[in-house]
Every structure is written in C-alpha cells, then in structure tokens.
Design a protein around this ligand. Structure first.
Ligand code: EPZ
Length: 420
C-alpha cells in the first residue's frame, strides 16, 4: 500500500491546472443510466472513485469506455440490482438509486454503511422517493425502491444539517421521468447540483431553479444521449490555494471557477492571504501576513466542509487563536490528533476545534483517515520541518488526481513510497 514521503520546508512555486470535479462527475455518470443512448463526458478526473462508479455501471449492464479524461457510457439495457461489493466501497454510489428508479421504476442497492466523518443516513433520499410514489423496503442490508408509477410531488428535503447534496441529485434524477411536476424545497445549491441539472436538461429534461433552494422538474417521457464537460473541482482548487499559502509560496491555479469559491476566497483574504484573480486564473501571492480567522462550515454558498481540514492546517501555522466549527458532519475532526503528532496545538470542544496557531510543525509518520484529512496532512507535511510520512493515501487517490505529481511540479519534495 502506498504512502507519501514529504520533506518539508519548500515554498510551492509555479503553475497547476485543476481537474474535473469528483462530486460533479459521480452523479453525472449515474445520470447516464436514464437513457439508452450513448453519453460522452469530458474532463473526467482519473480517480479511484470514478473507476468504482464505472465498475458499478458495468455491473448494471452499461458499456463504459475510458479514453484519457473522456468517458463514454451507454446503458442500453439495465439490471435493477447493483453489486454489493462495489457499492460498499464508495458511499457516493448511492446516487444510482434515483436514475434506476426513474428509468426502471425499480432499484435495489446496498445501504451505505457508516463513515468516519459521520453517520450519513439516506433518510432524505428515501423520503423524496416515497413522496414520488415509490414503496421503500429495507432488508438484508439492501434498500429496495419500487414504483408502479412515479408522480410529481412537492418535496421538502431539508434535514438536521440543512439540505443534502446527493439527496437533491437523487430525487432530481428520479423525478425527470415522472408524470407531472415535482418541486424540491430546501434543495442543495452546490455547483455540482447545477452541473448535473445542466447535463439532464441537455438530455431533454425540464429542470428550472437548480442552484436555488427551490428546484422545479416537469417530467418527460424519455431522455437522449449527450456530450458534456464537467465543471472544475473547486475543492481541489481550494486545496492548492491553501497549500501555497501554508508553504509561503507563489502558485498560479489554472482552469478553476473562482465564482464557485467565494466563501473560501473571502476567508483566505480575511486571513491575509494575497490572491489575484484574472478570469479563471487565481494566483496566490507570496508575502501575505497571516492572521487567525474563525470558520464555520455551512451548505453552499457557505464555507465548504470539504475544505475545513485544509483550512485548519493554515490556522495551525498562523500565530493566534482561531475557532473552526463543523456544522455539516458530526465527526469530521479525525485529522486533529494526527496534526498534533506534527506539533499543532488544537483542542476540540463539541462541534468546534480551538486552534492555538503559530507553532513550528515538525515531520512525523501520520495516518490519513478520510479524503480531506489526508489532503490536510500533506499540506502540513510540506509546511513542517523534516520528513513526514502520510500513510493510507488510498483516501487521497479517491478525490485528487495525481496530487503528488502536481505538487512535485510546484517544487514539493514529495514521493510515493511503500507504506511504512
Ligand atoms: C456530498 O456528500 C459530497 N460527496 C461530500 O464530499 C460533501 O462533504 C457533502 O456533499 C457536503 O457538501 C459527493 O458529492 C460524492 P449531504 P453527501 O447529503 O451528498 C445529512 C468529499 O470529501 N443527511 O449533503 O453524502 C448528512 O449526514 C465528500 O468529497 C441526512 O441527515 O452529503 C450530513 O450531515 C465527503 N439525511 C448532511 O446531511 C440524508 O438523507 C449533509 O450531507 C442525507 C444527508
């Protein structure tokens, strides 16, 4: 199993290009199940999650061809039951439920188990499908969703932590082929939801309001195959911006969508990070005098939970006190104890982490627990003196395309080695 060996203390310099968004491409790949026709998806990042989704679609009967960052999918014939062994490997695979129900009026998928960052139930997904007329049964770890007819309905999808991203995606995909009009209230507004709606509308769906809390879907009889280029990954772009600031470097980020990153860019500006924006290019400039800021994660357009861990590293390096509050997931502080191994001073009080910043970090072997925590450990390792070993980087490969090569291209002393 791979790990990353990082010799820290080098400011990142140069240019990096952002890949397609993992959290846009997964539901868009699932949406291809809604048509018999061929779909071509471009700017698809080379990630293990994408490979899992391709295997899941193939296990359902779809033909999938990967050619570099272009994926061609045709689901001429489909089976309603997805392979448990594949589904359990990736929570995001739950987003095949909506398209299968929409197209075949029947789907059986294994219930996603727990996750280190939170319990992550799918009650809202199922509530939405029930509101559309589906009968839900759970047996043997599988959820079975069946409908004689799907009928448009008014659906409220707000939950304990606000809207649900994949829940909105799933209900939207089930409703596009339903009879009549569906309105989703308290819908998630993430750019990835908007990109999915854009893809579905190109297929012939009738969706309005994506990007706002109210989405209206007028059902159609069938959908056609299309070509689509997914949006760039705003979380990857934010990760590189923070890595540049944390290593006191100067990095130009190409191919991002700054208009999807307002909360992050605003918070970095408040923290004293100098960022220049030219069209779709962001340059993190050297020399900003960093100051502590408080951060609270919120649904989009608030500060993304997927950038919380990376931002915590920047605050651990910044002299002064900052409070980071996680409002989306119950237990998304697994990185705190590993950052402490590098010398950071962070304590947890309920949903908040109290960061006493400004300590010099020193390299050590650390363990990644989830995707974004692993990105945070890599940034901390690059900012620390000495050598850091980040183990279990399979988490990282789930969501970052060739991150070690991209960072090495910016001058980082980083290499992939066997796990220690
Ligand atoms: C998506 O997960 C992303 N994953 C996550 O990114 C991201 O952290 C999350 O949205 C929030 O932005 C993908 O898009 C593949 P939610 P999702 O449903 O849709 C609760 C990453 O690092 N909830 O919006 O699964 C839930 O427990 C990953 O790339 C219910 O209570 O997240 C959570 O507390 C991690 N019932 C909150 O809502 C439900 O039925 C938001 O979860 C559904 C969710």
């Amino acid at each position: 199993m791979d790990s990353l060996l990082i010799r820290g203390g080098v400011p990142l310099r140069g240019d990096v290009t952002i890949s397609g968004a993992k959290n846009a491409v997964l539901p868009i790949m699932a949406a291809t199940l809604l048509t018999r026709e061929k779909c071509v998806i471009r700017r698809v990042p080379d990630l293990s999650d994408v490979r899992f989704m391709a295997q899941i679609l193939e296990s359902l009967g779809a033909k999938v061809k990967v050619d570099g960052d272009v994926v061609t999918i045709q689901a001429a014939r489909l089976k309603p039951v997805a392979d448990y062994d594949l589904i359990r490997k990736m929570r995001g695979s739950i987003c095949i439920l909506g398209p299968l129900l929409g197209r075949q009026r029947h789907a059986r998928v294994s219930l996603p188990g727990g996750c280190v960052i939170g319990t992550r139930p799918i009650d809202l997904h199922l509530k939405g499908m029930k509101d559309l007329g589906a009968v839900i049964s759970i047996e043997g770890g599988n959820v079975d969703v069946l409908a004689r007819r799907l009928i448009g309905a008014d659906i409220f999808l707000g939950g304990r932590a606000g809207p649900t991203v994949l829940g909105t995606a799933n209900v939207m995909m089930a409703a596009v082929l339903a009879d009549g009009v569906t309105t989703i209230e308290s819908a998630a507004c993430e750019p990835e939801v908007v990109d999915l709606a854009y893809f579905l509308n190109k297929m012939g769906a009738k969706i309005i309001g994506a990007g706002s809390p109210t989405i209206t879907i007028t059902g159609v009889k069938e959908l056609a195959g299309v070509e689509h280029e997914v949006i760039p990954d705003r979380i990857e772009a934010a990760t590189f911006a923070i890595a540049a600031a944390a290593t006191k470097g100067e990095v130009t980020i190409h191919g991002a969508r700054p208009d999807h990153m307002h909360a992050v860019l605003d918070k970095l500006k408040d923290a004293g990070v100098k960022i220049e924006r030219k069209g779709l290019t962001l340059t993190v400039k050297k020399g900003g005098r960093l100051k502590p800021v408080d951060v609270t994660t919120l649904p989009y357009a608030g500060f993304p939970t997927d950038v919380q861990a990376q931002m915590m590293v920047l605050m651990a390096l910044t002299p002064g006190l900052s409070i980071i509050t996680e409002r989306i997931f119950e237990s998304r502080f697994m990185h705190v104890s590993e950052l402490a191994r590098l010398g950071a001073d962070i304590s947890i009080e309920g949903p908040s982490a109290i960061v006493k910043g400004g300590r010099l970090l020193s390299g050590a072997p650390v363990m990644a627990s989830d995707l974004r925590a692993s990105a945070a450990l890599v940034i901390a390792g690059m900012a620390a003196r000495g050598t850091t070993h980040v183990n279990r980087i399979y988490h990282l490969d789930r969501g970052y395309e060739k991150i070690d090569q991209k960072l090495a291209g910016l001058g980082a002393r980083i290499q992939r080695v066997d796990q220690v």
